[in-house]
Design a protein around this ligand. Structure first.
Ligand SMILES: NC(=O)c1ccc[n+]([C@@H]2O[C@H](COP(=O)([O-])OP(=O)(O)OC[C@H]3O[C@@H](n4cnc5c(N)ncnc54)[C@H](OP(=O)(O)O)[C@@H]3O)[C@@H](O)[C@H]2O)c1
Length: 339
């Protein structure tokens, strides 16, 4: 029996208390800005306290209230303490955004086992820790939304980022199952997975590379604002998942023909490996310790789209998305058969 309580009972963002993991950089930090502009109280979590304090000043400049709680999401006790600190300070948690991640670039055969463990530990165990810490508090309130930032790599794995894609597949599975579990139990807790494509964040210059070069940002590239917009929408209108940017068409391609996608990835992978202008790797790595400094919201891309037209018109509207995916799939299938 599917419980009835759910998406309809969400508070307006202006009244929400929002916990964000991965708030010291990129998408999490931009989401903190947008939540602050909309009037929410935000709790900022990541490892780098200096960067979190910088993010908190930005939030306060935008008129919001921020609490900094340095947290390593791979450590269950720290994540549990993050949830308890938030509840003790503000009385509740309306939205919990799980954004923290690390990755690595390289062929799996060249990737040290310690790096694989770290990617899974932060990117997948960290997501479970966030969910497990938020759930009892949200259940006791009878309301709450848990938002997991997954990726288009959460529905389609790719070469050179296999551990990350595996963590993201696990993340997608986590939210898919959690959403239905909470409905069965009628708890009023919702779960949404956000699936972006390439986003212009510091990510590409802080994760370790075992290729000798830094990874490229595969176009089209979106600014973190495009993803933050989807996160804020889900905080008031939770849904199964939101595809951001070109993730929508890629999702359709994967559903239609994984083999065709393999061919595209083979060509893209070769093009990437043959590039002569790729930035040189200087051995930077945010595994085990954060990159020191105040952090940033955006990365190195010179051109990036501030919004995703696809997400605004289709991605945030599941019914339209279903029709679009069906039409796109039919079109691609026809072309594939003709070709
Ligand atoms: N950028 C993209 O192209 C893209 C595409 C699809 C999905 N995404 C997803 O979007 C989310 C945000 O990514 P981003 O691009 O904004 O990356 P980012 O700029 O590298 O930010 C990653 C965040 O995770 C935090 N973090 C890393 N290890 C942690 C740990 N052990 N405990 C707590 N926090 C930790 C980092 O802070 P500290 O180092 O201070 O801990 C940082 O705040 C991720 O889930 C990512 O998978 C990104």
């Amino acid at each position: 029996m599917i419980g009835r309580r759910g998406a309809s009972s969400k508070r307006p963002i202006a009244e929400q208390v929002v916990v964000i993991t991965g708030a010291s950089s990129g998408i999490g930090r931009e989401a903190a800005h947008q939540f602050a502009e909309a009037g929410a109280t935000v709790v900022l979590a990541a490892r780098n306290e200096q960067a979190l304090r910088a993010a908190a000043r930005e939030v306060e400049t935008l008129g919001g209230t921020a609490l900094v709680v340095p947290t390593d999401v791979s450590d269950w006790a720290q994540v549990a303490a993050l949830a308890e600190t938030t509840r003790d300070r503000f009385g509740r948690i309306d939205t919990w955004v799980n954004g923290a991640v690390v990755s690595s670039y390289g062929f799996l055969a060249d990737t040290p086992v310690e790096a694989i463990d770290e990617v899974l530990s932060v990117g997948l165990r960290g997501q479970f820790h966030g969910v497990r810490a938020a759930l009892p508090i949200m259940r006791s309130q009878g309301s709450g939304t848990i938002i997991g930032i997954s990726s288009v790599l959460g529905v389609r794995s790719v070469p050179l980022q296999v551990p990350y894609a595996a963590a993201k597949h696990g993340t997608t599975a986590l939210y898919e199952g959690l959403r239905v579990e909470e409905r069965i139990a009628g708890t009023g807790v919702d779960a949404t997975a956000i699936l972006p494509a390439t986003v212009n964040t510091p990510f590409y210059d802080v994760v370790p590379s075992f290729l000798g070069t830094r990874p490229p940002l595969v176009p089209p590239v979106y600014q973190p604002s495009a993803v933050a917009e989807a996160i804020l929408h889900a905080a008031e209108h939770p849904t199964r998942h939101v595809l951001v940017g070109v993730a929508g068409p890629l999702y359709a391609l994967q559903r239609l023909s994984p083999r065709l996608f393999d061919v595209c990835l083979h060509l893209a992978g070769r093009t990437f490996l043959d590039r002569r202008d790729a930035p040189v790797d200087r051995g930077q790595s945010n595994h085990h310790a954060p990159i020191p400094g105040e952090g940033a919201t955006v990365g190195r891309a010179r051109v990036a789209l501030p919004h995703s037209r696809y997400t605004r018109t289709v991605g945030l509207r599941p019914a339209r998305a279903a029709v679009t995916v069906a039409l796109a799939s039919a079109l691609l299938l026809r072309r594939h058969r003709r070709g």
